[in-house]
Ligand binder design. Structure first.
Ligand SMILES: Cc1ncc(COP(=O)(O)O)c(C=O)c1O
Length: 399
């Protein structure tokens, strides 16, 4: 058995850990002398037990999947390596792996440049920052009312105005109101969401890109959640024909690809322009003019190790599994109720019910959200663990 196999075996053993008998829920106190090794072991067991819920086949409340063992090894490697790519000349192997992973993602999303980030909140901020540099005389950003709140945050940080646009019956940005709004105020940027956080809806990407071009504005695609569909040939059409013309796109492997956080990427279809000027004469290479500083392999080594060990197909299979489970769950709901059900293209299923399912929300089986101003329950089908059958068993006593 090689060393990597041994590590993977040991980690699998850890992830099969039984829920600790004594749960040490209060964190240990931070003291001058430290705590006993027994107390620390108890706390570690508690933490492992807490994280284990992501492996439950009924865990569908949020976009947090069980991390594959290969990715955990990748994260450990990254921690152990601890290099800083602000000095890439010192870490030629890590740097090449970063570029290889980035090139693969650029090709997948039809973009040409980019970098890894800590999450799509950062990606959305930087993309709008770039847009602001390019269109200094404009200040209005258009996004659907269903866009992620990080767009609002980014606008507030950058001193931009966010104008939200109504959505249609399928939670997609309504194109006529968007066009009219652009006629009244020249847009700085149009944000299209590929997989909304609440219901998983896809804005019509081609139309958004085209409208942005008509009004000479930046188009950013927030594909934090739904970007994973790009790997599935049968779902590719949802990204349209113009993806390569989007100015920027962000995607979170730490969501649907079940990677450990942080794993996110921000891509551009042109090299990003300088965003600020500064000097760092102690570095051999001038750092990129973006906000993030020190960065090792944490955002890409786990994904890279999954890709080189299990292959692209393993990501594809897990995604297809999740979508099949979403379909099964939708079929079940359709047979049970005539209240509205919304089964998105990206594996999030929302449904209305008069039943009180708060207990299932507390157990991490479902979450709550709003669709078209109505409260709904929401199930997120993610990774290889979540099973429609397990959700149905949990739900049946309430129906
Ligand atoms: C569509 C969308 N955009 C952006 C974000 C923010 O991502 P992160 O938590 O990685 O910053 C999320 C998070 O759920 C999201 O669903």
């Amino acid at each position: 058995m090689n060393e990597l196999d041994a590590v993977i075996k040991r980690l699998r053993h850890l992830s099969e850990y039984k829920v600790a008998d004594v749960l040490q829920e209060m964190p240990l106190t931070i003291t001058e002398q430290g705590n006993s090794s027994q107390a620390i072991a108890n706390q570690v067991r508690t933490l492992l037990s807490e994280g284990k819920m992501h492996q439950n086949s009924h865990w569908a409340a949020h976009m947090t999947a069980a991390v594959p063992t290969e990715s955990i090894v990748g994260q450990l490697l990254s921690n152990h390596h601890n290099g800083n790519l602000l000095s890439p000349e010192l870490y030629p192997t890590l740097n090449k792996i970063k570029q290889q992973t980035l090139d693969w993602l650029c090709q997948l999303f039809e973009q040409s440049h980019g970098h890894f980030t800590s999450g799509a909140s950062y990606g959305n901020l930087e993309a709008l920052w770039q847009a602001k540099q390019q269109y200094p005389r404009r200040d209005t950003v258009f996004a659907a009312e269903t866009a992620h709140y990080s767009i609002d945050k980014a606008c507030q940080i950058l001193g931009l105005k966010l104008q939200t646009i109504a959505t249609d019956d399928e939670d997609k940005i309504a194109l006529e109101p968007l066009r009219k709004a652009c006629e009244i105020t020249a847009p700085l940027a149009i944000i299209a969401t590929a997989g909304t956080s609440a219901s998983g809806a896809f804005d019509p990407l081609d139309d958004c890109i085209q409208i942005a071009q008509e009004f000479d504005a930046w188009c950013h695609i927030d594909a934090a959640w739904g970007g994973y569909l790009k790997l599935l040939p049968e779902r590719n059409a949802i990204f349209g024909q113009r993806l390569s013309q989007a100015n920027s796109l962000c995607f979170d492997p730490h969501k649907a690809w079940a990677q450990p956080k942080p794993s996110s990427v921000l891509l551009y279809n042109q090299p990003a322009g300088p965003m600020m000027s500064f000097e760092a004469d102690y570095l051999q290479h001038q750092p990129d003019s973006r906000l993030s500083g020190s960065q090792g392999g944490e955002a890409f080594l786990p994904l890279w190790l999954t890709l080189v060990s299990s292959g692209i197909n393993s990501l594809r299979r897990d995604s297809q599994h999740a979508l099949e489970q979403a379909q099964c769950f939708t079929t079940f709901l359709t047979e049970q109720t005539n209240r509205p059900i919304y089964s998105s293209p990206s594996g999030i299923v929302c449904f209305e019910t008069e039943k009180d399912l708060q207990r299932l929300v507390q157990q991490g089986v479902l979450s709550t959200a709003k669709r078209r101003n109505k409260p709904v329950y929401r199930a997120v089908f993610i990774g290889s663990h979540v099973k429609a059958k397990a959700l149905i068993e949990k739900l049946q006593p309430y129906l």
